[in-house]
Design a binder for this molecule. Structure first.
Ligand code: ASP
Length: 344
């Protein structure tokens, strides 16, 4: 009998210390069928309708989304990290005039550009972000460097520009970010403003063009990043959700990685990115159900439009939005999807 009790105590101790014969990495669980890798991207949500799109424009967006996915997928396929995949993928979109990030960033009220970006490592919960940078060619790189090469999480304005210079990042004159189409958008919004609309008020054909990426690598590590020019006609050094960890971006290996796009003020107030992660942490909701609750219930009720992309620790992917469309796509081994409009 005494011998039996000893055995029982021994078994309990082993289970308490979490000792088992499986060699799973400590930051992952073995209760799901995680794919070797997964990557998801967005290029902004908004009033994106087929009837307003030319076939050429649609093809250009799809080509660029595929190019971005190819870049990240190649890194993940060959055993690279989720963080490297996110940074490289976002840079492809930042360098394209099609999206509201990097080249192609929207205009402020004064006709200049102020860019925001954030980056998060789900393995350590380390994060970095920049707000209102004006000369950094690829703000996502600056965000990652804030995380790795500074004791801070968020740097803004001229200080953030100086940090990027000190780190040896590529800088450009602010006019590098100019594009004709974004200039026209500013003129349209200024016109609406004259007619009495608030300077950041929702208007029916608003297109958010922020870019974002979430990746899951072979080690079960999740990373997320977001990069944007913010909202057309923004003033007073307005900063949206994109560089706010927990609002526009979040990553935690134990739950999920998230990147958002939409009317940033709502995403900040509802802590959208962290809300998704928290729902997975504290409830039994699936990733899809949690995203649905936020995008179609909480935000809709409040009047906040936009979307989000996310990957959970099991490699499940969600790309959800409450607008007419969202540039988006994902890749997993033997799987690739690139879409723009709402699926009927
Ligand atoms: N969320 C961004 C912001 O409010 C805008 C966007 O998603 O395009 O700054």
């Amino acid at each position: 009998m005494r011998q039996f009790s000893f055995i029982l105590i021994f078994i309990s101790l082993i289970s308490l210390t979490g000792c088992n014969s499986k060699s799973e990495p400590s930051n992952t669980t073995n209760d799901c069928n995680r794919p070797k890798y997964a990557i998801v991207i967005h290029g902004g949500a908004g009033t994106i309708k087929k009837e307003n799109m030319t076939p050429e424009k649609e093809a250009a967006y799809k080509q660029k989304l595929n190019e971005a996915l190819n870049t990240g997928e190649e890194i993940l396929k060959t055993g690279g990290s989720a963080m490297d995949a996110v940074e490289a993928t976002i840079q492809v979109m930042e360098n394209s005039p099609l999206f509201n990030s990097g080249k192609g960033a929207v205009y402020t009220h004064e006709g200049t550009h102020e860019l925001d970006a954030s980056f998060m490592d789900g393995a350590t919960l380390n994060a970095g972000a920049v707000g209102g940078v004006t000369i950094v060619k690829n703000p996502i790189r600056a965000a990652r460097l804030v995380m790795t090469n500074s004791p801070h999480v968020l740097l803004t304005g001229s200080g953030a520009d100086q940090f990027a210079i000190d780190q040896g990042l590529d800088t450009v004159p602010n006019t590098y970010f100019d594009t004709e189409s974004r200039y026209k958008s500013l003129q349209k919004v200024l016109e609406k403003e004259k007619q009495g609309m608030g300077y950041l008020e929702e208007w029916p054909d608003y297109k958010y063009g922020t870019v974002g990426c979430v990746a899951l690598d072979k080690n079960g590590n999740i990373a997320a990043g977001t990069s944007t020019g913010g909202m057309t006609n923004k003033r007073y050094n307005r900063i949206g959700d994109s560089p706010i960890i927990g609002a526009g971006t979040y990553a935690n290996n134990q739950t999920c990685g998230v990147s958002c796009t939409g009317h940033g003020e709502y995403y900040i107030r509802y802590a959208v990115a962290h809300d998704l992660s928290a729902q997975l942490e504290y409830t039994n909701r699936s990733l899809e159900a949690a995203a649905n609750e936020i995008i179609h219930h909480k935000l809709m009720k409040a009047g906040g439009s936009g979307g989000l992309i996310a990957i959970d620790k099991c490699g499940n992917i969600v790309m959800d939005f409450n607008t007419a469309g969202m540039y988006r796509g994902y890749a997993k081994p033997q799987e690739r999807v690139v879409e723009i409009y709402k699926q009927k």
